[in-house]
Design a protein around this ligand. Structure first.
Ligand SMILES: NC(=O)C1=CN([C@@H]2O[C@H](COP(=O)(O)OP(=O)(O)OC[C@H]3O[C@@H](n4cnc5c(N)ncnc54)[C@H](OP(=O)(O)O)[C@@H]3O)[C@@H](O)[C@H]2O)C=CC1
Ligand SMILES: O=C1O[C@H](COP(=O)(O)O)[C@@H](O)[C@H](O)[C@H]1O
Length: 523
């Protein structure tokens, strides 16, 4: 099955279809140019867009941070970042033609007299490369800087260029609904909503983009995509890593704000949305927001019935002994959750009564992102009709493996060849990354490209953010009030807290094993 092709044709803006669009020239202005995100994701993604020819000769970058870099020091920083990701990518001629387009401004964004110098730098670079005035302001910086940056961009006239002005915002988009609204108001003081690109990098992952194609371009699935045929939806986004260098941020955010409010709920929306009338950005986002608005919001006293939070203790992950979360961040009484499992319900006609089981966490047994659609079991089994013996009839399942290896699988029952009186569940591989050239660019590469060509499909619109916070807020409030009570500890390297299976079983099937290599493809 040629998923890559379908994906491009049907879902405009969702993937490699980009390659057919004319790419305008652009100046990127990176705030937070020396930070972790810029180093690990943005420069490698830009390099890939350059290497593949999409932005070759059509872009330049002005990086901003307080570090006392000159242009040369900044170029060396970018060179190292790219080479770390793709060893020896940047050397010789290839390096200089790419790096000569990087410029630096050392400025504290809290000091207007320093950011005022940005206008001159931008003018100089745009003139040097004959750019058309298209500007992408990428705020790869802590959210408390968003408002002052927006304000200074407006007052300095930098938003009055001849070309387009777009702003890219990283998560977290607020800490709750109230702060998200304040942040949004600050941004709207400088940019139109249509020019605000709120990044959720899961929406840049090929298999997440494939959900809509699989659903709406296949007669095999479209009629079955509802409560009549689907018993349960299971979404997993687990990691083996701990909090790493982002301790301060994570201690305040926790897994609920870090992963559930954005990536997990976006995947829920993609699975649950109604077919859009047209495959256009706003039509698609209209349907996503409707799905998010139909989430049943839990009252605080209901939260323990539907949501489990956990925190890792020391253990062994991928053969390595690792400390517990509290030791890692140096706070022996932290109650921040590093794991969340929840059962969600959408109160609409299509999904009434279908549990959406979601889980995410750090320091678990496997890095895995899967979306599993569990179909109902047949009421009158083949077993009963034919006298075939064996285990319970396994339900059909459709598995979208988002990462680490991309693939789509469908499970079904067949008669065992050696023993014709037994049924065995088997899996059909509908597509796999490597086999069909799915070796797609990093999510950030796709999303950066989308910003340049002005395709907001795979970015989160404000009303989606708002709807997600409405669901998250009461749960976050409950967590904060409960403190350590109800916090389930799990050893690093495990499947997470057993309590997650308890809520899963209460509402549906248990979560699929993370440890079993065959799961969830085969039961
Ligand atoms: N890292 C990641 O994997 C992810 C990060 N994000 C989000 O992206 C944003 C950036 O994160 P990350 O790169 O990790 O953060 P870092 O702390 O690594 O980097 C912050 C950057 O901002 C600059 N900076 C800080 N204060 C100022 C200031 N007053 N004036 C000018 N520059 C300043 C820093 O440089 P200097 O100190 O030299 O000024 C640095 O370049 C955050 O909003 C984060 O939540 C989102 C998803 C993933
Ligand atoms: O946004 C985030 O995502 C990463 C996981 O991303 P993935 O693409 O590697 O699955 C997570 O580690 C981080 O805490 C979170 O902020």
């Amino acid at each position: 099955m040629i998923v890559g092709e379908l994906h491009g044709d049907v879902c405009k803006g969702a993937g490699d279809v980009h390659r057919q669009v004319d790419v305008p020239d652009v100046l990127f202005i990176f705030f937070g140019a020396t930070g972790d995100l810029a180093r690990r994701k943005l420069y490698p993604a830009l390099y890939e867009l350059w290497r593949s020819g999409e932005l070759r000769g059509r872009m330049a970058v002005v990086g901003v941070s307080r570090r006392p870099f000159d242009d040369e020091a900044y170029r060396e920083f970018v060179r190292k970042a790219v080479n770390e990701y793709r060893p020896f990518a940047l050397y010789g001629e290839a390096a200089s033609s790419f790096l000569e387009r990087f410029f630096f401004l050392s400025a504290d964004v809290g000091k207007p007299e320093e950011t005022a110098k940005l206008a001159a730098r931008i003018a100089e670079v745009e003139e040097r490369f004959s750019l058309s005035g298209n500007r992408v302001f990428y705020l790869s910086i802590a959210p408390q800087h968003f408002a002052p940056i927006a304000q200074s961009l407006r007052t300095s006239g930098l938003l009055e260029s001849r070309g387009f002005r777009r702003v890219v915002i990283e998560k977290p988009f607020g800490w709750d609904l109230r702060s998200a609204r304040e942040l949004n108001a600050a941004l709207l003081g400088a940019f139109d909503e249509r020019d605000i690109y709120r990044i959720d990098h899961y929406l840049g992952k090929a298999m997440v983009q494939n959900i809509a194609v699989l659903r709406f371009a296949n007669l095999l699935f479209e009629p079955l995509w509802n409560r009549h045929y689907i018993a349960q939806v299971e979404i997993t986004a687990t990691e083996t890593v701990g909090v790493g260098d982002r301790k301060g941020y994570y201690e305040a955010a926790g897994a609920l704000r870090d992963m559930v409010q954005n990536h997990i709920l976006q995947m829920v929306a993609m699975v649950a949305m109604e077919p859009p009338g047209r495959f256009e950005p706003e039509a698609i986002r209209d349907e996503k927001v409707k799905a998010l608005r139909s989430l049943r919001i839990y009252r605080p006293e209901e939260v323990p019935l539907f949501v489990v939070r956990g925190q890792y203790r020391s253990g062994v992950t991928l053969g390595e002994a690792v400390p517990g979360y509290r030791e890692e961040i140096g706070n022996p009484s932290s109650t921040t959750e590093t794991y969340v499992a929840a059962v969600l319900f959408l109160e609409n006609f299509r999904w009434w009564g279908v549990p959406f089981l979601v889980r995410t966490g750090k320091r678990l047994a496997r890095k895995r992102t899967d979306i599993v659609i569990h179909f109902h079991t047949l009421p009158l089994t083949v077993k009963a009709l034919s006298g075939i013996e064996g285990e319970e009839l396994a339900p059909n399942r459709l598995i979208l493996r988002v990462q680490p290896d991309e693939g789509i699988f469908l499970t079904f029952n067949v008669r065992a060849s050696r023993s014709p009186f037994q049924l065995v569940p088997t899996a059909m591989e509908l597509s796999r990354g490597e086999a069909i050239g799915f070796n797609t660019p990093e999510a950030y590469e796709r999303l950066l490209y989308d910003v340049v060509v002005g395709d907001p499909t795979n970015f989160t619109r404000w009303d989606e953010v708002e709807a997600a916070w409405r669901w998250v807020d009461p749960i976050a409030e409950f967590f904060a009030a409960a403190g350590e009570e109800g916090l389930a500890f799990y050893p690093a390297g495990s499947e997470g807290p057993e309590e997650a299976q308890r809520i899963a079983r209460r509402h549906g099937l248990p979560f699929t094993s993370l440890v079993d290599e065959r799961a969830p493809v085969l039961p």
